[in-house]
Design a protein around this ligand. Sequence first.
Ligand code: GDP
Length: 297
Amino acid sequence: MGIFKEKSTFAKFREKITNVIVGNPNLDEDFLDELEESLIISDIGIDTTEKIMEQLRERVNARYITKPEEVQKALESVIADLVDKGERNQLCKENPLIILMIGINGGGKTTSIGKIANLCQKSGRSVMLAAADTFRAAAAEQLQQWGERIGVRVIRHEEGTDPSAVIYDSIQAAKAAGTDVLICDTAGRLQNKKNLMKELEKMNRIIDREYPEAHRETLLVLDSTTGKNAVSQAQEFSEIAEITGLVLTKLDGTARGGIAITVTDQFDIPIKYIGVGEGIDDLLEFDPTQFAEEIFD
Ligand code: GDP
């Protein structure tokens, strides 16, 4: 399918692996050491690399793989296993569903909300959006534009009002309209972590009280081009919220795809969606096998 273009880190990764395979006639310790190094420089963290290598070594020791040219297929299947979180890879299919979208500004949160709303609508679910990033006036405006574009109602308040008030009103509106999915934008001020944590806690309390029947998702939006920063953001946000899934944006272009493997492995958070462009249809449901195959495609 060609999700990842030639410039992506996967292209470098692919090249490195191919060089290791072509440059080594034997599947020996030197080969495995070189392979390990290629994984680490492809943004796959040391812990995750060790896990991948352990699985590969098991297959080598059991003589499932005996030649360098068999390593690529084996790597594909090890990586696919690592990022496969089963049903947790999919967005909750039960209604009503309330989704809190979290992540720092500029990561692609608003765009992803628009794209997810569009996908939900396409699958026959009714959608409403809540502009609960009241910190930036532009955020509500941008969300409103997405709402108009896809024909979805957006609940918004004045800039600077309590975001929880937006959540409260949105819940009442969603309940009154019998909306299936309510998607809530939130402020991305990780630099003021304490405040953000309090804000999220308050939103969750309101949801508990006003919408106990709703199923819940908290999706963290991560810009994959930020490399290791994405890992530290996952760390920070997992300390202040119970994340149920990842949306990895900008996996097109110059993306650093290795991060996808590291974050999902280290934090045991499933990837639910990947963003592959700025257009409305440039969001794909995550498929572990396809993802792993694409790395070497
Ligand atoms: P927010 O501040 O987190 O809400 O970020 P935005 O949704 O405004 O996105 C920031 C920029 O990233 C915009 O120019 C988007 O068009 C762009 N963007 C978002 N997702 C993707 C993606 O998957 N691929 C690419 N290439 N650009 C994206």
